[in-house]
Design a protein around this ligand. Structure first.
Ligand code: PGA
Length: 224
């Protein structure tokens, strides 16, 4: 199973110095960009938490896909709900296309907020964000209901399974290739044994619980 750790902006320099040498080899870790150099040359793979929708050029504060790829980064996390209020689906779509053009794999986050219609929201995000993507083999989709991120709440296994089937149907009808589908939102060492029983799940995107390497190791161990 795929395990992605999204470290967000949780850790200080002192925290990551111990953390980087103690996390499992078979995870994808997405550190704060400033700290990525400390995570290079380990066995695990590295993702960047966001990527520019532009190429090289005059874009202050951005990191573009070519720069990330050159640096040894393998994945770009795109469309996380903590960024979506700052960007449009059109920009998300450009970020995805730029990443794939530059051989970065994509982890696309989709999900509904409380009170939103799950199916129409996901369909809108998937069709708009993935416009022009000809093959989904290098795309991982993370289903992250916004009401579950950082709240300690998760949907039932059956709800997640139904949503993954729904995403799979949209993908098979509209795109080529096979995207793997993860679940994210309040995954931790206490619920992983329940969540791992979901039939069609390819893995998990973990925020807060991934920032403690001992917790992360427990989660990974329970999936192996
Ligand atoms: P959480 O975050 O595990 O802390 O809920 C998940 C995410 O935002 O990717």
């Amino acid at each position: 199973m795929i395990v992605v750790g999204n470290l967000k902006t949780y850790m200080t320099y002192k925290d990551i110095i111990e953390y980087k040498d103690n996390i499992p080899d078979d995870v994808i870790v997405c550190p704060t960009s400033l700290y990525i150099p400390y995570f290079l040359n380990h066995k695990y793979e590295i993702g960047i938490q966001d990527i520019s929708c532009h190429d090289l050029g005059a874009h202050t504060g951005d990191i573009c896909a070519l720069q990330a790829k050159e640096f040894g980064i393998k994945y770009a996390l795109i469309g996380h709900s903590e960024r979506r209020n700052k960007e449009t689906d059109d920009e998300i779509n450009k970020k995805i296309l730029k990443s794939l053009e530059n051989n970065l794999k994509v982890i696309l986050c989709v999900g509904e907020n409380k009170g939103e219609d799950l199916k129409s929201k996901l369909q809108y995000q998937l069709l708009n964000d993935l416009k022009g993507v000809t093959n989904l083999d290098n795309v991982i989709i993370a289903y992250e209901p916004i009401w579950c991120i950082g709240t300690g709440v998760t949907p039932t296994n059956l709800q997640i399974e139904d949503t993954i089937n729904f995403i799979q149907t949209i993908i098979q009808t509209n795109f080529k290739g096979n995207a793997k589908i993860l679940y994210g939102g309040s995954v931790d060492k206490n619920n992983i044994n329940t969540l791992k029983q979901i039939d069609n799940i390819a893995g998990f995107l973990i925020g807060k619980a991934s920032t403690d390497y001992k917790y992360l190791k427990e989660i990974v161990d329970s999936l192996r």
